[in-house]
Design a protein around this ligand. Structure first.
Ligand code: NAP
Length: 217
């Protein structure tokens, strides 16, 4: 199974590519936006493709998805940029990736969303965070309205703590933190479990082994 990881050079993205490469039967194609980022992925034996979610259109992004079996959206504008980039990456970049996936004839799509992307969460978010929650809300909604085999992962606050291999996952769980490396394990487990198709779930640090938590959703 070949997986296009969009936002591969990100912190979750790098863990995800490296875990995919380690798994028998899985291989990654890393979508990055700078040539100098490629060697990290080539050293892992992963393919790379250069695309920019802001500058490239749906046709160009769909070329990156040609021939893969699944697309993982792990990109994000990050906390250092303003609402303009939130709109262009977290919303429009996600929607362009969804449309590009359809155009490439790929069915499986795994979205890394935010913990709570409900309408209520937009309303109650601090004004600096609300545009991000709104972007994620509409990107998730766009995906739900497709006929893609999607899974939407809603992780809690991401940390760079070492992986624990254990999580709490469910339709709604108590807000908490989760190491980025554990989010990457969750993504790999989701890709390996078609029972997650059409589902979405919140995930934070916990005590259940990732595989068990994902298969019992
Ligand atoms: P990250 O380290 O900031 O990585 C984001 C990636 O997106 C980077 O590789 C970046 O590329 C890429 N990107 C940005 N603009 C792009 C563009 N125009 N074209 C192509 N790629 C672009 O993010 P993370 O910490 O791994 O988080 C992963 C996901 O989790 C994000 O979607 C985030 O919104 C979501 N999330 C975060 C939290 C949290 O607590 N922070 C909680 C829940 C969910 P470069 O490497 O080239 O800059």
């Amino acid at each position: 199974m070949k997986i296009l990881v969009v936002g591969a050079n990100g912190q979750v993205g790098k863990h995800a590519v490296s875990m995919i490469q380690e798994k028998e039967g899985l291989e990654a194609r890393a979508m990055i936006r700078k040539q100098e980022q490629a060697s990290y992925f080539e050293d892992l034996g992963a393919e790379t493709v250069l695309k920019d979610l802001e500058k490239d259109d749906i046709d160009a992004i769909s070329e990156a998805a040609e021939g893969v079996d699944a697309v993982v959206f792990a990109a994000g504008s990050g906390p250092k940029t303003g609402p303009d980039k939130t709109m262009l990456i977290d919303l429009d970049g996600a929607v362009k990736t969804i449309e590009a996936t359809k155009k490439a004839g790929v069915k499986r799509f795994v979205m890394i969303s935010s913990f709570d992307t409900t309408r209520e969460a937009i309303q109650s978010a601090p004004s600096s965070f609300a545009p991000y929650v709104a972007a994620k809300h509409y990107a998730d909604g766009w995906l739900r309205d497709t006929d893609l085999d999607y899974t939407i992962v809603h992780p809690g606050a991401l940390t760079n703590d070492p992986a624990t291999g254990t999580v709490t996952a469910g339709e709604t769980v108590e807000r908490g933190e989760i190491p980025r490396e554990d989010v990457a394990s969750v993504i790999v487990s989701v890709l390996e479990n078609d029972s997650t198709i059409g589902k979405e779930f919140q995930v934070v640090g916990g005590v259940k082994p990732v595989q068990e938590a994902v298969t019992s959703l």
